[in-house]
Design a protein around this ligand. Sequence first.
Ligand code: GLN
Length: 455
Amino acid sequence: ASLDRIAAAEGDLHAFLHVAGDAALKRASEIDQLRADGHDLGPLAGVPVAIKDVLCTKDMPSTAGSRILEGWVPPYDATVVARLRSAGLVPLGKTNMDEFAMGSSTEHSAYGPTHNPWDLDRIPGGSGGGSAAAVAAFEAPFALGSDTGGSIRQPAAVTGTVGMKPTYGGVSRYGAIALASSLDQVGPVSRTVLDSALLHDVIGGHDPHDSTSLEDVWPSFADAARAGASNLALSGLRVGVVRELHGEGFQAGVRQRFDEALALLAAAGAEIVEVSAPHFEYAIAAYYLILPAEASSNLAKYDSVRFGLRVTPEGGGTVEQVMSATREAGFGPEVKRRIILGTYALSAGYYDAYYGSAQKVRTLIQRDFDAAFSQVDVLVTPSAPTTAFKLGDKIDDPLAMYLNDITTIPANLAGIPGMGLPIGLAPEDGLPVGIQLMAPAREDARLYKVGATLE
Ligand code: GLN
């Protein structure tokens, strides 16, 4: 059914860069056979899943939305993909994304944008717009995303889906093509909170291949979601509304649905208070120094020698000329912009002023969170300032594009979990609105409980 739906919808959406087709059907019948043979398979065995193209898959190309990796088939599976396979989920294909996960609209994909199923003239969010659109359009019941500054939560907001950025270290990054290693986390995308919890249970947990992987034993997120799905589940819960992240600058319909969601939380027994996070206004500035710095280092490996594209100038060339021609042809403008920003921020003489200052701001933001979580159990904000904007609207204005992630970036800078879930449609344009929930590091289960209550 998923493959049929993909065949019908892809002409409009372009959510996928690769569709597994017969390989998916074959795997599905293998799972049926295992079940018929009496094997005890987990709750998600046989369920199809779409995989963001930033994740390595040994049987499908993994391009991260870039020409420089066009056609590259990795020699191994990302840990999260291996875990999906052993739980019996059926990979449906690879989803479209902004090149190397840089963007908020999928318009920076080297393979063309994805369209929002709610309105084909609008963006599906980014960088994981393909995963969110695939789930929103019923091409796939589940998808995987990655979130460095909002790439799971912002697409979820603008497509009416659920997306979870786990605690940093809660899900393995092994085999996830790196953007900014201190910020990247892989997480689930789905249509319900319980579905995300079930997927998180499969992909999460310690991985010795990832040196930043936490050794914690995690509770069942599905159990947490089930505990939340009752009317008065939240009595005694303190919910903090971040003063700096609602109100001014947010679309009227986003504010309206957000206020209604707060009323629902209160009706379920939560106490709503306002908290302040004075340094959040510097989050985007700090992020756009830290991210490019880390990205410029991570992207140095696309050198035309190790993998992917190789462009040789006419008549040959030195190693340096081949590298330069390859990177010129293989990287898109946003990637080049960030490499230049990052190498500048890290260069001798500027390091302390830029990268060093940004790291200090990061600490101040973490302290804002610590202070807030000494008063409340959960923080809430709208997931994004506006509903889906029109394709083309912000593509020539990097700063306008960057400002989209004002609500989501702080959680990445602090390494804490953040969940986005739908809370209705904005009255003025009929497009989905999302709420973001954040909890202290390691308290992912709390988000599943609160999220399920709101649903
Ligand atoms: N939109 C943000 C950026 O462009 C976040 C991207 C992400 O989370 N991968 O960096």
